[in-house]
Design a protein around this ligand. Structure first.
Ligand code: PEP
Ligand code: MN
Length: 684
């Protein structure tokens, strides 16, 4: 050992060693300090002490500055250093607190890809910071990962949602929209792409590179410099590395992480191959239930909304956030799946669903948007922690369906709120491909009771379009009172209806009778009808409330108007704000008509609700001769629309023939209502 006598001058090397030793001591102490912070967070969690005390933080920094002066350390230096240290400590504590209190010590996380994939590394980073042990359920596709959570073989899924270079990962957005899963966390992961190959490989000799499409997008500039080298798309970064190891061919390379190289015995041929050095991917952690973010932990909320297609509709929706002084973090637009003409907007903002201000914003948003779904509130490291915000009494986790506080209050004594005039004074206009329910003009819906054949629905669609009506109706799933009556053509009928609508430029409405059919029918129908027999089928109401299609809700034949509005509330509370109410006659002691058309329902509903109201005189009367006078009456009392059944040959109709109008009668009714025929005949 060399003599380290202080009196002897040290060499530069020795001084460097001394500095290195001090630095490693500093690092060790920082790690030790972090461990204390973690312990502190657990203690605070148990004893309900707020996670952040800004006065104490300031006192601590002042104390350290004073302590530093004793050692002749510059106050500015100590202040800057300790501010960083304190911020880190707050972040560490929030990570621990952000984990659901009393939550599990171990979780199974579903990821797309195998071990060594970026998803796995991101999931590891997320759970490690919370002191949770994680095992992985690996899946080939994102959708398989989501299914693992549904089936219970995983507790959560960790999915990439956006990248700083290549942008939004649209497949994951579309998947999460209808997955029914809740956002419970996020992690920003620094992606470090490496070009990997066998030990014997060299870059000039590579002829093929296995590469995930996202990695291709993020390393496009580097890939363009390779001559005579083909890019082969691969669904999984780590798997591409594993595969080249198995191939044992030095002319094949892969783009993946350093961990992949280590795991599968590969060589890193090149680092720094991404177009941008700072390449981050944001992953979301999704689970079957929403979580409660502990008070004082900075939270982010994600939601998805659809706005009207009038000028300024998006501005109006975003204005709600500005008025509430809520910070928007991200806005991303995606076409609605199966409805590509319309856009959905994904919004991330600062705040927690349990905050009173956030609840109010969501409530105000329902007045501006057509569809709104909260994906979840979760702790976010991107945000500066702040003192606990004002919360409503209890910290009940708010589910997706709960856009408003459901407890009865003075403004919703009748059990509905979102549908009430008090909530939204202006009329809601439901717009479907040019038909505007709730505007000034009467909207006409016409078509057969049931779709019976190609020929029948095509001929009827032509008559509907030529007469100037705006929407084609046709039942495919018929809720018949007797099981022996014609039940409809089902999905085959829906294909015919959708095709007929397209041919004649008409949106189509059809009835849904079962919650399990809703998604499939919503792919093709422009409006979903809930019939009188299902007005209080609450699971059906919630299911249509989760779609992006307008809903025509018919009044139960023995239901009061308040019951109708409460049924509508089930749909609105799920996020779908496009409900059209329909009066179709109710049961009374009168036997002269099939039902009794309650025309007073129209002005009464108009005073109670902002939702548009349609009248169906066909099912009310049960007799074709009564349809026209009742339709005119509906127009006179202020209905926004009228729906009638028509048939090319009512005598042979498989259902409701006696109440169906012939085409000539329908044309006469349209003239009486003052709706002009379409100018050019034929398709288009
Ligand atoms: C219909 O409109 O096809 C129908 C079955 O009506 P309701 O539910 O009003 O009986
Ligand atoms: Mn009918």
């Amino acid at each position: 050992m060399t003599n380290s006598n202080n009196s002897e001058p040290k060499s530069i090397e020795q001084i460097r060693d001394d500095i290195d030793n001090v630095d490693s001591a500093i690092l060790r102490l920082l790690a030790e300090r972090q461990a204390h912070s973690r312990r502190m967070a657990r203690e605070k969690g148990r004893s309900d002490v707020p996670s952040r005390d800004q006065n104490r933080e300031e006192d601590l920094i002042a104390d350290r500055i004073a302590g530093g002066l004793d050692h002749d350390l510059d106050a500015g230096l100590v202040s800057r250093l300790w501010r960083e240290i304190v911020n880190d400590s707050v972040r560490v504590q929030q990570d621990v607190l952000g984990r659901t209190q009393g939550g599990p010590d171990t979780v199974t996380a579903a990821i797309q890809g195998i071990e060594g994939s970026y998803s796995q590394l991101a999931a590891h980073q997320f759970f490690e910071s919370k002191g949770i042990d994680v095992t992985y359920a690996t899946s080939k596709t994102f959708s398989e990962a989501v299914s693992s959570v549904h089936e219970g073989s995983a507790d959560v899924a960790v999915l990439p949602i956006e990248n700083t270079t290549s942008g939004a990962i649209s497949e994951v957005y579309d998947l999460l929209l209808d997955s029914g899963l809740h956002f419970v966390g996020e992690v920003r992961f620094r992606v470090r792409h490496r070009l990997l190959g066998l030990a014997a490989a060299s870059i000039p000799n590579l002829r093929k590179i296995y590469c995930h499409p996202q990695a291709v997008a993020q390393c496009s500039e580097f890939l363009a410099t390779l001559d005579d080298c083909e890019v082969v798309y691969f669904s999984d970064t780590a798997l591409s590395g594993k595969r080249i190891g198995e191939l044992n061919d030095p002319t094949v390379g892969a783009i993946a992480s350093e961990d992949t190289a280590r795991l599968y015995g590969l060589q890193v041929l090149k680092t720094g191959i991404a177009d941008r050095e700072e390449n981050y991917t944001r992953f979301v952690v999704v689970g079957p239930k929403p979580i409660e973010v502990p008070p004082g932990v900075a939270a982010k909320t994600s939601l998805v909304m659809a706005v009207g297609n009038h000028p300024g509709a998006l501005m109006d929706a975003l204005g709600v956030f500005r008025e509430a002084d809520i910070n928007l973090i991200m806005l991303e637009s995606r076409p609605i799946p199966h409805n590509p003409r319309e856009e959905l907007f994904y919004v991330d903002f600062e705040g927690d669903l349990a905050d009173v201000g956030v609840k109010q914003v969501l409530e105000s948003l329902t007045r501006q948007v057509r569809f709104l779904k909260v994906l979840g509130s979760y702790p976010s490291r991107d945000l500066r922690p702040k003192p606990a915000a004002a919360r409503s009494g209890s910290v009940e986790p708010v589910g997706r369906g709960q856009l408003v506080d459901p407890s009865p209050s003075t403004d919703n004594p009748k059990g509905y709120k979102l549908g009430s005039r008090g909530h939204k004074p202006n009329n809601t206009v439901v717009e479907v491909l040019g038909a505007r329910f709730g505007g000034d003009d009467l909207v006409m819906i016409a078509g057969p009771c049931a779709v019976e054949s190609w020929d029948q629905i095509m001929t009827t669609a032509k008559a509907v379009a030529e007469a100037g009506a705006s929407v084609l109706r046709g039942g495919c799933f018929k809720p018949r009172t007797s099981p022996y009556s014609f039940q409809g053509l089902g999905f085959e009928g829906l294909d015919m209806l959708a095709e007929a609508g397209k041919t004649y430029g008409l949106p189509v409405v059809t009835e849904v009778v079962s919650p399990s059919d809703v998604d499939q029918i919503a792919r093709k129908a422009d409006i979903l009808q809930v019939g009188t027999r299902n007005m209080q089928n609450f699971s059906l109401l919630s299911a249509v409330g989760r779609t992006h299609r307008p809903v025509l809700l018919k009044r139960g034949m023995s239901s009061s108007l308040d019951e109708l509005l409460q049924a509508a509330e089930y749909i609105l509370a799920e996020g779908n704000q496009q409900v059209i109410l329909c009066e179709r006659g109710i049961r009374t002691f009168e036997t002269s008509t099939r039902n009794t058309l309650d025309l007073s329902a129209v002005p009464v509903l108009r005073s109670r609700t902002h939702l548009p109201i349609v009248v169906d005189p066909s099912h009310a009367a049960g007799k074709r001769d009564l349809v026209a006078p009742l339709a005119l009456g509906a127009q006179a009392v202020g209905a926004h629309g009228v729906m009638v059944e028509i048939h090319p040959d009512p005598e042979t109709a498989l259902s409701d023939g006696p109440q169906s109008l012939r085409f000539d009668q329908f044309e006469a009714l349209m003239a009486a209502l003052g709706i002009p025929p379409r100018l050019s005949g034929g398709a288009g």
